[in-house]
Ligand binder design. Sequence first.
Ligand SMILES: Cc1cc2nc3c(=O)[nH]c(=O)nc-3n(C[C@H](O)[C@H](O)[C@H](O)COP(=O)(O)OP(=O)(O)OC[C@H]3O[C@@H](n4cnc5c(N)ncnc54)[C@H](O)[C@@H]3O)c2cc1C
Length: 405
Amino acid sequence: MKRTADVVIIGGGCMGASVAYHLTRRSITDVVLVEREKLLATGSTGRNAGGVRHQFSNEANIKLSLESIRLLERFADEVGQSIDFHQDGYLFLLSSPASVDVFRRNVALQRSLGVDVEWLDAADALRLAPGLDATGVIAATFCARDGIADPNGVTMGFAKAAQAAGAAIERDTEVVSLRVDSGRIAAVETTRGTIETRAVVNAAGPHARAIGRMAGLDVPVDPIRRHIFIASSNPEPKNAEPRTNNPEPGTRKPEPDWPHSRIMVIDFDTTFYFHREGAGLLFGMGDPDETPTFDMTVQWDFLPKVIDVAVRRLPALADASVSHAWAGLYEMTADGNPIVGPAREVGGLFLVNGFSGHGFQHSPAAGRIVADLIAGRDPAFDVTPFALERFARAKARATGERYVV
Ligand SMILES: Cc1cc2nc3c(=O)[nH]c(=O)nc-3n(C[C@H](O)[C@H](O)[C@H](O)COP(=O)(O)OP(=O)(O)OC[C@H]3O[C@@H](n4cnc5c(N)ncnc54)[C@H](O)[C@@H]3O)c2cc1C
């Protein structure tokens, strides 16, 4: 392993890999990315739903999406990896006047920034997402350029391109402490030795706070467990004749009664969401009772609570079987916005943390911005809403992100 580097990146998820890629594109190639696991993208990045959307409530997040989605659309050509990007849209279902009010303001904001978002009624929503029960839906919004992409593909694309340009990627290597001399980063101590450096990027996802502490800094990111469930379709009616081993030629399994496209449907007022995954369905819902934890054990007693809500919106789920589930960690901040930029109290420390459930989709732009800041370039992006210092101000929550799903 190298003993010196211009930049050390801690964390080999989508965020660290994106920073590495964008640094090499700025001719900063003396870079070491350190990941404690044996593989990249096994943290939050490897456990997410792959959703990518323009529909946010906060201007800075919409701008991150605009830039990120532009890169995801040309990822194979520009970065050299296919990422299975399906732009079948995001459909938000709104069932309360309060949500409609919030969305009215935010659709106006999104449109003012050039996002093509449509207002729909329940009948339009049903046409886009067959199988829905739209009872109680009073309005919906849809953006056709939102979609689903492969988080592993994006991470490996960035990482391989960075490596090809000269960056080193050290797996199975844990950062155990940071050396700070006279208020400036001086070195990174790892389980495989010390790397002298003047610049460190904290890209440790839900572990960002622990890395911050190593430099005497509070990075207020909490790990909050989120579940994802996968349902397989059971399209056979319960009283059907037993199937023969030799179905008549031309007979096909009936399709389950859920969308054929990979449209992401979000029932905003309950946070239940789903999209098609192969022939099955990926779905989840926020659990307001979760408190910060690093425990990623699946809580199977949460499933009946999700199903209760889910079958009201997607009745076919009542006949489906949940084939597997996993849990991962959101890296939450108090206002749902990320922390991006230099840590002013520790020279040479850069933060790209706290994406609160939308870090995969924002990794292309966030990595580019951090690379520009390290390179001393103007990032052409106002990172004030993402400054660490905002948490010292009382009103952080009021200006943060409302669409945390
Ligand atoms: C269930 C779920 C669904 C989600 N759905 C979406 C979605 O649809 N769309 C979306 O945009 N986002 C989604 N997210 C959020 C998204 O996954 C995260 O915001 C994103 O992956 C954060 O990436 P990261 O690289 O910062 O963190 P991570 O992927 O967690 O990477 C951090 C890495 O740092 C490493 N690390 C930590 N400490 C050390 C150390 N001391 N030394 C060395 N390495 C260390 C870890 O091993 C890890 O690999 C979801 C998250 C979850 C849990």
